[in-house]
Design a protein around this ligand. Structure first.
Ligand code: URA
Length: 203
């Protein structure tokens, strides 16, 4: 075996502890009041592919796991459709606590949690980042200096974008949010096609 020992798991645990105690967030009090969990992320700490959603919903906040509810089932099906095992990827969100009534995350919430996501990306060093939904797309494209690319997700989904991460070149692919396909089944067809493109990138 030629595995280099590394401290990824330790560094990710530090992030978990900090988010657990993130009293500066306006979403913290709500989390505690609801006896809910923050959702840090889950999957391989050496994942080649990282999926970034928007924020936890009810099931995620009740379990502490990303994409654990209906949208997560759809995501599981999409992964299975191209033979990618969920434990082999890393799944997280831009915002780690559930916004009340599942409203969209506010720009200030996205900004507040951004340093955690930046660190997760630097620690895991994914080669491919899949952005699930328009909020994730806008936040991450901006993060990577690709602001000029930002446009409607109906145009950008499935597009392969080159970006420079602190650890080297990466590929970013925006996709529709799986929850959108729950309301509009037509979008599931697009997601299935985009997952085929993702599979080709992974190979
Ligand atoms: N929607 C998201 O964006 N993230 C989750 O973890 C669940 C639903």
């Amino acid at each position: 075996m030629n595995e280099q020992p590394d401290n990824r798991t330790e560094l990710l645990k530090q992030i978990r502890d900090e988010v657990w105690n993130f009293k500066e967030s306006p979403l913290y009090a709500e989390r505690v009041r609801n006896r809910a969990y923050p959702v840090i992320g889950e999957g391989s700490h050496h994942a080649k592919v990282m999926f970034i959603g928007e924020a936890p919903g009810r099931t995620e906040a009740a379990t502490g796991r990303p994409f654990a509810g209906a949208a997560g089932k759809l995501l599981d099906g999409l992964l299975a459709s191209v033979g990618i095992a969920r434990p082999d990827v890393y799944i997280t969100n831009v915002v780690k606590d559930r916004p009340p009534q599942n409203r969209d995350p506010l720009p200030e919430e996205i900004a507040l949690y951004a340093p955690f996501l930046d660190r997760q990306i630097k620690i895991i060093q994914p080669k491919i980042i899949v952005l699930l939904g328009r909020h994730s797309m806008a936040a991450i494209l901006e993060k990577f200096g690709l602001d000029a690319m930002i446009g409607p997700i109906s145009r950008l989904h499935g597009t392969v974008l080159d970006a420079e991460a602190p650890y080297g070149k990466i590929t970013i692919m925006p996709m529709y949010h799986p929850a959108a396909a729950l309301y509009n089944p037509e979008l599931k067809k697009d997601l299935l096609v985009d997952f085929q493109s993702l599979k080709k990138l992974v190979e």
